[in-house]
Ligand binder design. Sequence first.
Ligand code: C2E
Ligand code: MG
Ligand code: MG
Ligand code: MG
Length: 293
Amino acid sequence: AAKDAGRGVYRFYADAMHNQASERKAIEDALRDALAKDELRLLYQPIVDVATERISGFEALIRWNHATAGTISPEKFIPIAEESNLIVPIGEWIIRTACAAIATLGSGYRVAVNVSPRQFANEALPATILSAVSGAGIRPEQLELEITEGVFLDESAENLAMFRKLKRTGVRLALDDFGTGYSALGYLKKAPFDKIKIDQSFVLGAADKSSMNAAIIASIVGLASALDMETTAEGVETHDDLALVRSLGCSHVQGYIYGQPMQLAEVVGLLRAGGGRVEARGYRSARAPRLTV
Ligand code: C2E
Ligand code: MG
Ligand code: MG
Ligand code: MG
């Protein structure tokens, strides 16, 4: 079986690597298949409320477990799903699966899903959300949509109209990866988000003495609080970075220090064991410079 799997991996990539265009096409076809064959999964990463030190909710992060090629990163296949418009049916599956997860977790928790630009532009999105929320029997404010700045690049009337329609469904809206994109701040006034997520590129290693990131985080927190928005610091791995983002006033923290993305069954176990609390455990990913302890 291992040999078969190895051959499968080889074939998948050999087919895919033929050239750029056919790579995309091969992944697109395999992805369409994956949706039909139920090979997509959502994992859930805890988000902790700094004030109460309790888990307030989770971010749902998609994984593709390909039968032979193994786990394929969303950074690889989401852009292809976007281009091919497959993101619309996949996005609907994500929303319905996340709402079912919220129903499992109970009324005390939220789940955030990532919504990509094509999905945001789809007229049917508000109706899909309302149907998923009522089908699962959850409150709409338990569902949060994470939208990246890229969506507001053109500040078009259509974008703002969609923003308002989504807001009227009662779901929460979060601005994801803040600071990495175009960052014209005008749209924050026109599109009042409930939360700003501070990108991990500002957070990873922010406590290192030489880092300018603390100043950037402080200014984002100041902006958010003036606009009455929450802030989640993403990518908190170490106790030093945790202490820093807390002292800078971030309202929420997400990162490997509290847990990696995990399966729903693990989430249920975690909540049962900790009663909604989770311990901070130091972690350093290979990307961050390793310090001696
Ligand atoms: P994102 O929405 O900004 O998600 C956060 C990413 O940071 C996740 O990677 C998460 O696993 C990772 N992360 C969280 N804490 C830490 C940490 O402490 N250290 C480090 N080094 N990384 C951390 P992931 O799951 O690989 O997702 C990558 C990106 O793919 C996401 O960025 C999002 O843009 C996209 N994506 C993931 N799931 C979905 C989805 O369901 N729909 C859409 N449209 N995009 C998705
Ligand atoms: Mg996100
Ligand atoms: Mg993010
Ligand atoms: Mg990101």
